[in-house]
Design a protein. Structure first.
Length: 94
């Protein structure tokens, strides 16, 4: 089951929130967070393929991983908005 939190931008003057399912998880140092639009998600074969793409990218920068994921979607004929943000979780400084 895919867990989603949508925020729909107003198209007719009013914004609305739809929460299909909300997942709370502990985030730890070294984790990666991936936020993406359905322009990427709809062109992948689920979480297994996404995991393989992330793992095969090794220790590349968040920007390099985001570019690889966008490139993958576009090479498969992505015609929708393909937006990806990758965040590396690092320890707090100080």
């Amino acid at each position: 089951m895919r867990r989603r939190l949508y925020y729909l931008l107003p198209d007719s003057g009013s914004a609305r929130k739809i929460m299909d399912d909300l997942l709370l998880a502990r985030i730890e140092d070294g984790d990666k967070l991936l936020l993406c639009t359905d322009g990427l998600w709809n062109l992948l074969d689920g979480t297994d393929e996404l995991g393989q793409l992330v793992e095969s990218s090794g220790e590349c920068s968040p920007l390099a991983l985001a570019r690889r994921l966008v490139s993958t979607a576009l090479s498969r004929g992505g015609h929708d908005n393909v937006t990806v943000a990758v965040i590396d979780v690092a320890p707090e400084e100080g």
